[in-house]
Design a protein. Structure first.
Length: 276
């Protein structure tokens, strides 16, 4: 080789050797520049900012090769396509495969639970999901029942307060008369019937007053009366006072032989009313 040839070779610019470090200056800032326009426009590359990002994406994809992947059925998928997905996700082989964590003291509607299991299997619910739904339903039902019990208790207390105010010492007697009449005419179930708000029909003042009034009119020969002293309501006492103090009665006639007795009886009734 001539010296001239050697001189030309030495004057040519050197290329990157294996020892030359790769720096941002040696790589184009737009790593997609060397790609075809079709590939550059692919949306899968939108979030990849550099060569390292592309490499990481590739490595991740390679790790997924051969793994147990579950394809998402499209809108044209058949029931069999979805069944295959449900099975891979862990749905029981049949509806009897569902197990539920139920309180030991809870009364179970076996038919209702069986129907739910069948629907759960049809919808592809996993065991944990089905159990969670049953647990949620139990908690919701329990809360609703507790709310109804609270309302019923409040209604009974309000009814008692109202009737005690109206009947005074006759309260217990009249409530017992109303209950006895309901029992004697076969209306106990009517008394225990639940209203829409959870309260019982027999806890309402109007119902109790109606039966108590009817019991008073029917008398002891028809229904079983409670033993013990007979009490009067303030209205009954006032009515009796009015009858004793009517114009022309012994209460107003000083010469009437029962005048003093009438006065004493009226005074006793007024004292009784004040006590009530």
């Amino acid at each position: 080789m001539s010296s001239e040839t050697n001189q030309v070779a030495t004057e040519q610019p050197s290329t990157l050797s294996a020892e030359t470090p790769v720096t941002p200056e040696t790589v184009s800032t737009d790593w997609k520049a060397s790609l075809s326009e079709e590939i550059r426009a692919d949306k899968s590359l939108e979030n990849i900012k550099d060569i390292e990002g592309l490499a990481k994406s590739y490595v991740h994809a390679q790790k997924l090769v051969g793994s147990d992947k579950i394809p998402v059925p499209n809108k044209y998928a058949t029931e069999q396509d979805w069944d295959a997905v449900y099975e891979k996700l862990g749905r029981p082989a049949d509806a009897e495969g569902y197990k539920y964590d139920l309180p030991e003291d809870q009364q179970i509607d076996a038919e209702a639970l069986k129907s739910f299991s069948s629907q759960a299997h049809k919808l592809g619910l996993l065991p944990g999901q089905a159990n969670g739904m049953v647990k949620f339903y139990n908690e919701m039902t329990s809360a609703a029942m507790q709310e109804l019990d609270t309302k019923a208790t409040a209604a009974r207390e309000a009814s008692s307060t109202e009737l005690k105010k109206e009947w005074g010492q006759a309260f217990d007697q009249k409530v017992t008369q109303a209950a006895n009449l309901a029992k004697s005419v076969g209306a106990t179930e009517l008394f225990n019937a639940n209203m829409a708000d959870g309260t019982k029909l027999g806890d309402h003042p109007i119902m109790i007053k109606a039966f108590a009034e009817l019991a008073g009119k029917m008398g002891e020969d028809t229904i079983t009366q409670s033993s013990g002293p007979v009490f009067q309501t303030p209205e009954q006492i006032e009515k009796e006072i009015g009858e004793l103090t009517m114009p022309g009665s012994a209460y107003w006639d000083k010469h009437h032989p029962n005048h003093q007795a009438a006065i004493a009886e009226v005074l006793a009734l007024r004292e009784k009313k004040n006590q009530v």
